[in-house]
Design a binder for this molecule. Structure first.
Ligand SMILES: [Zn+2]
Ligand SMILES: [Zn+2]
Length: 397
């Protein structure tokens, strides 16, 4: 008999909600998650984990080894909140002014603790090991990359990676697990268009960087429409455009920045090449000189087909095939990609909205909140997935 982790997770429901509300009440920004990670480390220590703290500043790693050899499964939960003033009038409203768990990482920490507790309770049935990673600084800060650089993927090196994100686009009870890329590679680009300033009434005596910038913005739109296959996926966005101080003066410089998002490495190369050719070439055609900088932020997050199939089967067995959503993919980025780039894994989108109660605001919205009944499902899916890899079936403890 397999361990009934769904019932085990249900039994933890009130505890999961209590943890989640506590984390929600005291949100902390990236790399400052001292209170959150302190609570987590205390729990892991109490439950018998080998605990490592202070990795990537506030990261916590709990390792539970089984009695016999087997796969080493890594689970990752992010901990950071956002610089947002919470607008929810709930008893667990943020008590840290201007900081809010508006992405659901409070829920991730609660799910992580729930999984950790069940793994500890069933350790007699454990083969291999479970490495539970609580990560700082996911929100644009690449905490995952810092953890990799500080050795989180070694001693022991995991063979399987699993992670979950509560998802406000999906109602509670629905889960999306798709093979292949599910979140995009992201680059930040910025450039300075250098012209020659002068009087707004005498454009012939200037080299106008405003006109050059306008042509660049327009020409950039041809990358996705003309250079990328209609069957592939890419985004080129201009996010900022700054130049000039007065209506009758042609400025000498215009500054622009934006982002590129892609799934496929070959498409990424094409888009970045065309970006450079267009920005520099159009700038030159306009008589300006353009300095362009492209900074890679995160790789694409790609789900391993084998691990994804196991997770799909876990969800289907537990909740029925109706609960599996069609492909969820987003051009947003997620630094868990630094883990899935090295370890075959699956990143799970866990439905957590309930429109009838207004719990369906988008992530990063000041009124974001989740349907807390998703917490139990998160714990049950991850522990059942662990059941396929590291838990033996004997029900005796
Ligand atoms: Zn977020
Ligand atoms: Zn998030």
């Amino acid at each position: 008999m397999a361990i009934d982790f769904l019932s085990e997770a249900h039994a933890l429901q009130s505890q999961l909600i209590e943890w989640r509300r506590d984390f929600h009440t005291y949100p902390e920004l990236g790399f400052q998650e001292y209170r959150s990670s302190g609570r987590i480390a205390e729990c892991l220590q109490a439950w018998g984990y080998e605990v490592q703290t202070g990795i990537a500043q506030t990261g916590v790693v709990g390792l539970m080894r089984g009695g016999s050899p087997g796969p080493i499964v890594m689970l990752r939960f992010d901990m950071d909140a956002l610089p947002i003033v919470e607008e929810n009038a709930v008893p667990y409203r943020s008590q840290n002014a201007g900081v809010m768990h508006a992405c659901g990482h409070d829920a991730h920490m609660a799910i992580g603790l729930g999984v950790a507790k069940l793994v500890a309770e069933w350790r007699a049935n454990l083969n291999g090991a479970v490495k539970i990673v609580f990560q700082p600084g996911e929100e644009g800060l690449n905490g995952a990359e810092v953890m990799v650089n500080e050795g989180v993927l070694e001693n022991p090196r995991p063979s399987i990676f699993l992670s979950v994100h509560v998802w406000s686009d999906l109602p509670t009870g629905r889960v999306a697990v798709s093979p292949g890329p599910v979140m995009a590679a992201a680059e930040r680009w910025s450039c300075m268009v250098h012209g020659k300033g002068g009087h707004g009434a005498l454009p012939n005596q200037t080299v106008d960087p405003v006109v050059a910038a306008a042509q660049i913005v327009t020409a950039l739109q041809t990358i996705v429409s003309r250079n990328v296959s209609p069957l592939d996926t890419a985004v080129v966005t201009v996010g900022t455009l700054h130049g000039g101080d007065a209506f009758n003066i042609i400025p000498s410089r215009v500054e622009m920045s934006g982002t590129v998002r892609t799934f496929d490495p070959a498409v990424r190369v094409t888009v970045l090449e065309r970006l450079r050719q267009i920005v520099e070439g159009v700038g030159e055609a306009c008589g300006t000189h353009v300095d362009l900088e492209i900074v890679p932020l995160t790789p694409a997050l790609s789900n391993d087909p084998g691990v994804t199939e196991v997770v799909r089967d876990v969800v289907e067995t537990m909740l029925g095939s109706d609960c599996l959503s069609a492909d969820v993919r987003t051009m947003g980025s997620e630094d868990a990609a630094f883990f899935t780039r090295e370890i075959p894994g699956c990143y799970i989108f866990l439905g957590a909205s309930d429109a009838s109660r207004g719990l369906d605001r988008p992530h990063h919205n000041p009124s974001f909140d989740i349907d807390e009944s998703a917490l139990v499902l998160g714990v049950a899916i991850l522990t059942n997935a662990l059941g396929r890899y590291v838990f033996s079936d004997e029900s005796d403890r």
